[in-house]
Structure formats: structure tokens, C-alpha cells
Design a protein around this ligand. Structure first.
Ligand code: NAD
Length: 497
């Protein structure tokens, strides 16, 4: 019988009675390996009621106690990395080392959240001589929701809930229905770490359950990561319902190659950033903007044989492969369609990944286009596959203007040996995350992650200090006490529990 992925409600596996079922495929074979019920809107009141009740006592635990649960959770994540990475590789298709890599990045956020006693210290000012003191406290919001994409089944949820929980909120995770199993394992580990039942719950589903969450009056905040059209809709609906919303969307990341850049270093960077994880990363580089024909010719000559010799195959069964499959047949057809479109629109197809032969699974070879121009669809739209477009420009200024003209602005990078260009670039580029000789400038967990323009909706980024700001609200107290304190009064110090 096919494995059924349950919801996780009030500390227990719970099988939705919904008749709408989604198959979960192994993208390396195309086989159905599990199924998940797409929960219906009628189930939401029951789930939210547990979150509400659990949050009332969880918020009363001291930040120190909440951090202790996170310390234990970190240990358990490390202990269970192999099992979690296997679940991720099976359902997503990424190589085992990529799956372990996303867990490492996620664990970094857990480590950051362990510092919550310090992060929630607030602010204090004393008006000496007046008896008036002012202080601000950061208090939890209540029940928070996370809606996450398929491409990082563990890391993106981990951007959200460790901080939300440590701030004293309860959390309902609605992971991608394409790769849902890692979430259930993480819920089990949180329970093992001592998190009270109901504080963290997982509900599977699609638009129906998301809409029910967005309109539920007891949901205080919604964090979303996914494609731009859905991010925009979630932001608009959530805000219209009076909720706090942060919604991260799609990307089209450019890497600007200056003529003085070390081409070997640029080549290594592009191979990892354009083709790693089969291009299914929101921080993947999908456009190389090259200054000067001489540099562009040399780069193409360097890249073409490397792209042709990428090892493509099952990421779990053959961990030595560079690239696993794409997530689904539909996505494979979409990416192949973009390659066809690019060639039709006049870009030069230097390496055609469609030539890869594979009898099973959703595999596509690495693809390289040269002479791509800004009016082409393969330049304008997010492809989310192993396709790199080279755009030739004549100057640094033209390259910068191109990047600043794009509607997406998640990440970007410049490769140069010249400090002047590097400095000018990070000062003037209109993109949220910037790399200098670093192709994928993902911030460390103690900074915040987020793009600009149509790569994000809402003012606050994810994790780091913005994560703490998002999952708390400030309360400011102004107090005045008589100054003639009776010093004979006996005080006993409370313990820090
Ligand atoms: P998606 O937008 O299709 O789905 C994301 C989540 O939203 C899933 O949980 C899905 O079930 C839900 N959803 C889908 N359609 C919905 C609808 N109409 N109404 C309500 N909910 C809906 O994204 P995906 O295909 O899972 O992930 C890939 C996308 O995510 C890419 O665009 C990628 O750039 C983006 N992404 C962005 C970041 C970032 O940090 N900016 C990180 C990872 C992925």
C-alpha cells in the first residue's frame, strides 16, 4: 500500500479525511512513492484551536526555557541529518550532499534562535530624578503560519519557525505538497525536544487550506516563500485580513563579469551557482552579464565543455552526480519549453540540455545560451532550471543598468579584481543580497534574508534580526513610582526559570 503522509496535529499524526489526494513522485524515477491528502477548509478551525490554546501557556515560558527546547532540537536535527536528507532527496530529487547542505543552513537559524534570551531584551531608558522609567518589551503575536515551497523542504521552514517559536508564538506549517515528509519528521523531533503539543503543527494542502488560513481570524501572521504571483496574492489577501505578512517571491539573479575577473574563478562560481541543485534555487545565478566580447568569448569557451560534461542522474542512488532531476514532469516540460523559445527568439544555444537521454525521471542536462537579449522571455522570466543565459554588454554602466532594470531583485554578484567597481556595485545595485566575488550571497543566519522589488512583498526579511522583529510586537511601558522608597521592605529575588 502507498505510504500516506499525515498532518501533525496537537502532537499526533492525523490523517485528513479529505478526498482530494496528491501523489508524491520520486523525480528520479517518476514512480509514486507516497500520497498526501490535501486538507479541506473545514479542518482548519480544529487545528487553529489547538494552536491558540497551546500558545497561551507557551508564551508564559521564559525565553530561556524556550531556548532550551531549541538547543535540544538542534542536537536532534544533527543526529537525524541522514534520515532527513534521504527524505528530501527522495521527494525533491536533489543530491544527498545538497540535501545535507540545506539542513546545515537551516540548523544555523536554530542556533541563532537559541540566543533568544538576548534577542528579546528590549530597550530601557530611565529619566533620572523624575522617578519615570520607560521600557519596551517584544511580545509574541499569537498563532503564526508558514507556507513554503518545494525546493527547500527543510531549510525554508527552518527560516521561520525556530524564531517564531522562540519568540513565544505557536506555528502552523503548510509545506509544499510536493515534498511534505521532512516537515513531519521535524515536527516529531520538536516534540522529542520537549515542545508542548499544539505549539507546532503541520497541515498539508493547496490553495484551499492556504485561503482558509489567510481568512482565519485567529491567525496573526503569515510567512510565505514561493513564486512571485502567489507571493503577491498571499500578501494582498493576508494584509486585507489585517494580518502581518512577509512574502518572498521568485528571482532572476545576475552575475556581472568584469574584464579583469579571474575567469577560472568565474567559471567555478557559475558552474555551482547556475547548475547546482539543477537550478531550482531562488539564489541560483541564471544570467551572466559579461562586459566586452573578448571576455564573453573566453567565458563561453571555458564554460561549454564543463556544462556538457556535467554528471546528471539520480541524486540519492548515485550521490556522485552533479545534478539530479527537476521536481516534476510538468516542470521539466516547462523548462524544455523555455529552451525551445530561447532558440526561436534568436539566442545562440551553445549547450542544449534536451539532448540528455534518460528513460525514466525528470532529467534535463545543463543548458547554456549566448547572445541573449533583454527582450527575450528566457531573460525576463524565472525558468527555475539548469539554464544559464549569457548577455553581452559593452561597459560596467550598461551591465549595472541592465541588472537594475529587471523586475526581480533577489540576489546578484560582481566578479572583479577592482575595488572601485566592487564598491560602486554594492552601493548602487538595486538588489537585496549582493556578492563580491561570491556567486550565491546567502546571508548567514544572524543576518536577514530577502530581496527587493518583486522578489519580496512586505517590509521585513526572513530570519536574523528581521525574523525577531516580524514575530514580535513592541510594547512600551512608561512607569512612575514614588521616590520615597521604604528601605525596610523585604525583597526576595525570583529565580530565572
Ligand atoms: P509556489 O508558489 O508554486 O508554491 C509555494 C507554496 O504556495 C506551496 O506551499 C504551495 O502549495 C502554495 N501555493 C501554490 N499555489 C497557491 C495558490 N494559488 N494559493 C495559495 N497557495 C498556493 O512555489 P514552488 O514552485 O513551490 O517554489 C518555487 C518558487 O519559489 C520559485 O519561484 C522560487 O524562486 C521561489 N523561492 C523563493 C525563495 C526566496 O527566498 N525568495 C526561496 C525559495 C523558493
Amino acid at each position: 500500500m502507498t505510504r500516506q503522509v499525515p498532518n501533525f496535529v496537537n502532537g499526533e499524526h492525523h490523517f485528513s479525511q479529505s478526498s482530494r489526494i496528491a501523489d508524491i513522485h520520486n523525480p528520479a524515477t517518476g514512480d509514486i512513492i507516497a500520497q498526501v491528502a490535501l486538507s479541506s477548509a473545514s479542518e482548519i478551525n480544529h487545528i487553529v484551536s489547538h494552536s491558540l490554546k497551546a500558545q497561551l501557556s507557551w508564551r508564559e515560558q521564559s525565553p530561556l526555557k524556550r531556548a532550551r527546547v531549541m538547543f535540544k532540537f538542534k542536537e536532534l536535527l544533527e543526529h537525524n541529518t541522514k534520515e532527513l536528507a534521504t527524505l528530501i532527496s527522495q521527494e525533491h530529487g536533489k543530491t544527498h550532499s545538497d540535501a545535507k547542505g540545506e539542513l546545515t543552513r537551516g540548523i544555523e537559524v536554530v542556533e541563532f534562535a537559541c540566543g533568544i534570551p538576548h534577542l528579546l531584551k528590549g530597550e530601557f531608558s530611565s529619566h533620572v530624578g523624575t522617578g519615570v522609567d520607560s521600557f519596551s518589551m517584544m511580545q509574541p503575536l499569537g498563532v503564526c503560519v508558514g507556507i513554503t515551497p518545494f525546493n527547500f523542504p527543510a531549510m525554508v521552514p527552518l527560516w521561520m519557525y525556530p524564531i517564531a517559536l522562540c519568540c513565544g508564538n505557536s506555528f502552523i506549517l503548510k509545506p509544499s505538497e510536493k515534498a511534505p515528509s521532512a516537515s513531519i519528521k521535524m515536527a516529531e523531533l520538536l516534540q522529542q525536544a520537549g515542545l508542548p503539543d499544539g505549539v507546532f503543527q503541520v497541515v498539508h494542502g493547496d490553495k484551499e487550506i492556504v485561503d482558509a488560513l489567510l481568512s482565519h481570524p485567529d491567525i496573526a501572521a503569515v510567512s510565505f516563500v514561493g513564486s512571485t504571483p502567489v507571493a503577491k496574492t498571499i500578501y494582498q489577501k493576508g494584509c486585507a485580513e489585517g494580518k502581518r505578512v512577509q512574502a518572498l517571491g521568485g528571482a532572476k539573479n545576475h552575475l556581472l563579469v568584469m574584464p579583469d575577473a579571474d575567469l577560472q574563478r568565474v567559471g567555478n562560481a557559475l558552474m555551482a551557482a547556475a547548475y547546482g541543485a539543477t537550478g531550482e534555487r531562488c539564489m541560483a545565478i541564471s544570467v551572466a552579464v559579461v562586459v566586452g566580447d573578448k571576455t564573453a568569448d573566453a567565458l563561453i569557451e571555458h564554460l561549454a565543455p564543463r556544462v556538457e560534461s556535467l554528471k546528471v542522474g539520480p541524486g540519492l542512488a548515485q550521490p556522485e552526480n552533479d545534478m539530479g532531476p527537476l521536481i516534476s514532469e510538468a516542470h521539466l516540460l516547462k523548462v524544455r519549453g523555455y529552451i525551445e523559445q530561447g532558440a526561436k527568439e534568436g539566442a545562440e544555444l551553445v549547450v542544449d540540455g534536451r539532448e540528455l537521454e534518460s528513460e525514466t525521471g525528470y532529467f534535463l542536462g545543463g543548458t547554456l545560451f549566448d547572445h541573449v537579449t533583454p527582450n527575450m522571455r528566457i531573460y525576463r522570466e524565472e525558468i527555475f532550471g539548469p539554464v544559464l543565459a549569457v548577455v553581452r554588454v559593452e561597459s560596467y554602466e550598461q551591465g549595472l543598468a541592465l541588472i537594475n532594470g529587471h523586475e526581480f531583485a533577489n540576489g546578484t554578484a560582481i566578479f572583479t579584481q577592482n575595488g572601485h567597481w566592487a564598491h560602486h556595485f554594492y552601493q548602487h545595485v538595486e538588489v537585496g543580497m549582493v556578492g563580491i566575488n561570491v556567486p550565491i550571497p546567502v546571508p548567514m543566519a544572524f543576518h536577514s534574508f530577502g530581496g527587493w522589488k518583486r522578489s519580496i512583498f512586505g517590509p521585513l526579511n526572513m530570519h536574523g534580526p528581521d525574523g525577531v522583529r516580524f514575530y514580535t510586537r513592541m510594547k512600551t511601558v512608561t512607569s512612575s513610582w514614588p521616590q520615597d522608597l521604604n528601605l525596610d521592605t523585604q525583597y526576595s529575588m525570583p529565580t530565572m526559570e
